[in-house]
Structure formats: structure tokens, C-alpha cells
Design a binder for this molecule. Structure first.
Ligand code: AMP
Ligand code: ZN
Length: 488
């Protein structure tokens, strides 16, 4: 089966044809690093991590670009006081780049916790100001943009007058858009309310500012993604992804900028990941309906009965298709945990199965593999793929109970296929609790032996135990309640 991808622009699943055979250029809108990422943000990045892993597993060489929005990002063109960085800088009394650093580090830690692979390139908006200024100049030269009072706006009406169609992705009609726009502060600078900022003049209070042909200012959010995607993937590339909420205006504007600048459709396949909800409402910082990953993992929250390991969260997320809404709940997490334990048990059991070649098996390995790959090729259908994995799990338990048999060749094939799906494609990780327990038990024995050595005044031995452990990165600490250890 050929890979099919649901293309939001076409509104249908299409056979995936990369521009350059065997290669994929994929751009995904990254985070705005002005606060901690919540679980909703994680879901979107995890969806694209799964897609990235799947494409790689299917044999494509993927160049995956995911940016960091570390400049500007106005919630609204008209109101410069709505710059999220400026707000957070005031709140935390930090430099803008301190805010950027703090939350970029947090973002990476969180994604690492959920075993997301790093993208091939992670460009920052502040590192691409020159490219954004150049694009703005080009758009002015081509008559698609105009300067007004030190800011530069994209002329949406002009774009449509030239036979192009602003609104094609979000399926919005431009006349309706004009009719529905509120009269916003600063709009007087625009020819039309739907025109969007490419470059914005900085008010005296604005701290993040750069020199430009139009005076000091800062770039528009939509432009940064056009600048970075085209720089690393070309004027036209294969896949552009992001959360569903970015379709309009962000991605609509990216399409307009790309077409106006380079006379080509910028992206062949637009992919949008659906939202994570909690209590049936979209998870969002602004409404307070959110949970931070560390609160879920530590159990410090009022929503879940108990803490959950990040890999269980990952498994739970992947049990919904990336285009479906997923409502997170305690029950869903408990069910995922049960399923995960069974899956890991099956993988362990597989190592102890002795193959027998005589009997015909009721489980057809090749058919099973075909079905699993069909699920992956069908717009990255993770829930169907997982359902197929559980057919194999059932078969493995039957092997254990000696109700089924498997040949030597099939056993090897099943092992490697299951491993690839579980660890490489789904990106799950075995939970190594037992190892930690074993380590703890071993260290308690060593602490006990050291205490006995000290009691019998064999300080030479007791010091040796302490020093040798320290050399291995294990520090013993003698306190009032006895000896404890720290793993460094
Ligand atoms: P932001 O930093 O606000 O630009 O958001 C980063 C990413 O998280 C974007 O792709 C959003 O679409 C996505 N996102 C925000 N809220 C949710 C949610 N509740 N569920 C899934 N994705 C979300
Ligand atoms: Zn973007």
C-alpha cells in the first residue's frame, strides 16, 4: 500500500508523492517560548514526532525543521501591548532572552521526557531577522505589501485581485472576513482590516527590536515560518504541520506569503493535528484548563488519581488518531497503563519462546505485518496500528500457553517487527523500575557492610566502600537517621 496523507488544503486523503524521491522536507511550527508547555502542546509535537518516526521507518530520508518562536508573536496585529514576550518580561522581571532561554530549556526537557526525537534543524526567529527583512522587501517590490507608519503589511485584497485566494486553507470567504472584523487599535495603518503585519514598528517601550529599512521594529509571526521553512526546505516543500488552531490565520498567511514571494504553492501537504481536551474543553493556558507534564508525572494535580510515567502518556496519546480530538481522563490513562504492561510482558515473553517448526499456526505473520503497515500508510493511523499490535500480543500469550507454535524464522521476524513498531515507530520506552529496585537493594547491602566494618573499626574497608562507590557516581551521606545515597 502506498502512503496516504490527509491534506488539509485539499480536504482529502491523497497518495504521498515527495518532491524528491525517497526524501521528505517537513516543517512543523514550534512553540512560542514565553511559558511552560502544557500537555496540549505536547500532544501536537508528539503527533508530529510519530509522523517523523513513521516516515523514517517507511524508508524516507526526512529533513525535519521545527522552529522556536522567540520574537514577537503578537496575539493581535493591532495591539502591540499584546506581545507575549513583553508581558512575560514584565511579570518575571527578566530580560526577553532570559525568558527565551528559560522556556526553551523547559521545552526541550519536556519533549525529552516523552521521548520525542530532536528535529534535524531547530531555527529561531531571532536568528533569522535578516531573512525576514529580505522577504518583506521582496513582497513590497512585487506589490503585495506596503509600508505604513514604520510598519509593513501584506495587502490581502491585492493578493486576491491577482487571482489568488486568501482563505483557501481555512475555507473562509474574504468578503465574510472583511465583514466580520472588529475595528482594532492600530488598524488605521492598514488598507484593509484583514491585512496582516510582516514587520511591526516598535513603540519606545518595546524591548525586542531590530533595525530595518522601515526603522526599528520586529517581525510578524507568520513571516518567520515562511522565512525559516523556505530557507531550509526550499520555496516548495513536502509537508507543513502544526496544531489545528494554527490553520487560520497563521498557515493561511504562510500560504499567501509563499505564493506571493515565490510564485509557487509553498507546501504540497498541509497536516493539522487535533486538540487535547480536558473536561471536554480544549487544554489552554489562558482558560486555566491545563496540566503541566511534570504535574502529571509527579502526581501533583487534582485531576488524576495517581502519577503516570511519561511513556504511558505517550501511549495514551497515540491511541487516538492525530486528527481526532482526544479527551484526557483518569480512566483513559489507567486503561493505557494496563495495555502498556501487557504489551511489554508480551515482548519479554517472546524472548523465552522456543520455536517449533512442525505445526501450522493460526496466526499468519505476513498478513499481520501487511495490516500493520497498511495502518501506518493510511494517514499514520496509530490506533489501528496499536490494535494490530495487540493481535500479536494475544498470539504471544497463546505461544506461552503452548496453544500455538511458531517457526524459527517467523519468531525472529515477529520479534524484530514488534520491536520496530513499539520502540522505533511508537517511540515507547520500557519502564525500568526493577533495575532501580535492584540497585537500591544492592546499595542497602553495601551500606550495611560498611556499617559493620566501621563498628569493628576496620576504617580502611569502610572508606574503601565509600570511595569506590563515589568513583562510580554514588555518594554516601551519613546523617542522623543513618546512611543514605545520592546518584550523581
Ligand atoms: P504555541 O506555543 O501557543 O504556538 O503552541 C504550540 C503548539 O501547541 C501549536 O502547534 C498549537 O496548535 C498546539 N496546541 C495548543 N493547545 C493545544 C491543545 N489543547 N491540544 C493540542 N495542541 C495544542
Ligand atoms: Zn508557524
Amino acid at each position: 500500500m502506498q502512503l496516504k496523507i490527509y491534506n488539509s488544503l485539499a480536504g482529502e486523503k491523497q497518495i504521498f508523492k515527495p518532491i524528491l524521491e525517497g526524501n521528505v522536507g517537513m516543517y512543523v511550527c514550534g512553540p512560542t517560548v514565553y511559558s511552560n508547555v502544557h500537555l496540549g502542546n505536547v500532544r501536537t509535537f508528539l503527533s508530529f514526532d510519530f509522523i517523523y518516526r513513521s516516515l523514517t521507518h517507511l524508508g524516507y530520508k526526512v529533513r525535519y525543521v521545527r522552529n522556536i518562536t522567540d520574537a514577537g508573536h503578537l496575539t493581535d496585529d493591532g495591539d502591540v501591548n499584546n506581545d507575549r514576550f513583553v508581558k512575560q518580561t514584565r511579570l518575571e522581571k527578566l530580560e526577553p532572552m532570559e525568558i527565551v532561554q528559560k522556556y526553551t530549556v523547559d521545552f526541550h526537557k519536556v519533549l525529552d521526557m516523552f521521548n520525542l526525537l530532536p528535529p534535524s534543524i531547530e531555527p529561531t526567529a531571532t536568528g533569522h531577522i535578516v531573512e525576514q527583512i529580505e522577504l518583506t522587501q521582496k513582497l513590497i517590490e512585487k506589490g503585495f505589501a506596503y509600508e505604513s507608519n514604520g510598519s509593513v503589511y501584506f495587502d490581502v485584497l491585492e493578493y486576491n485581485n491577482r487571482g489568488l485566494n486568501y482563505g483557501e486553507l481555512s475555507k473562509r470567504n474574504i468578503e465574510e472576513l472583511f465583514a466580520n472584523t472588529r475595528d482594532l487599535d492600530g488598524q488605521g495603518e492598514k488598507k484593509n482590516p484583514q491585512d496582516f503585519a510582516l514587520w511591526k514598528k516598535a513603540s519606545p517601550a518595546h524591548i525586542m527590536r531590530w533595525n530595518s529599512p522601515w526603522g526599528e521594529g520586529f517581525p510578524g509571526w507568520h513571516l518567520e515560518c515562511t522565512a525559516m521553512s523556505t530557507k531550509y526546505l526550499g520555496d516548495k516543500f513536502d509537508i507543513h504541520g502544526g496544531g489545528m488552531d494554527l490553520k487560520f490565520p497563521h498557515h493561511e498567511c504562510e500560504i499567501a506569503q509563499g505564493k506571493a514571494c515565490n510564485d509557487t504553492e509553498p507546501v504540497n501537504y498541509w497536516m493539522h493535528a487535533n486538540m487535547l481536551t480536558m473536561n471536554s474543553q480544549r487544554m489552554s493556558k489562558s482558560t486555566g484548563n491545563y496540566i503541566l507534564p511534570k504535574q502529571l508525572v509527579s502526581g501533583e494535580n487534582d485531576f488524576f488519581e495517581k502519577p503516570f510515567h511519561p511513556t504511558i502518556v505517550r501511549f495514551c496519546f497515540l491511541q487516538a488518531h492525530y486528527r481526532s480530538v482526544l479527551d484526557i481522563s483518569n480512566d483513559a490513562m489507567i486503561a493505557s497503563e494496563k495495555g502498556f504492561v501487557r504489551l511489554m510482558d508480551a515482548i519479554k515473553i517472546l524472548n523465552s519462546i522456543t520455536p517449533k517448526d512442525q505445526k501450522e499456526s493460526g496466526f499468519n505473520l505476513q498478513d499481520w505485518k501487511t495490516k500493520a503497515y497498511d495502518a501506518l500508510n493510511d494517514d499514520f493511523n496509530s490506533p489501528v496500528l496499536i490494535a494490530h499490535l495487540f493481535e500479536a500480543v494475544k498470539f504471544i500469550f497463546a505461544l506461552k500457553d503452548e496453544k500455538e507454535t511458531i517457526s524459527t524464522a517467523d519468531l525472529e521476524d515477529l520479534k524484530s517487527t514488534l520491536h520496530a513498531f513499539v520502540f522505533d515507530v511508537l517511540g515507547l520506552q520500557a519502564i525500568e523500575e526493577n533495575n532501580n529496585e535492584k540497585l537500591d537493594q544492592t546499595l542497602q547491602v553495601l551500606i550495611e557492610l560498611r556499617n559493620q566494618a566501621r563498628k569493628s573499626k576496620n576504617f580502611d574497608l569502610s572508606d574503601q566502600i565509600r570511595d569506590k562507590l563515589l568513583a562510580e557516581g554514588i555518594e554516601l551521606k551519613d546523617g542522623r537517621d543513618g546512611t543514605s545515597y545520592v546518584l550523581n
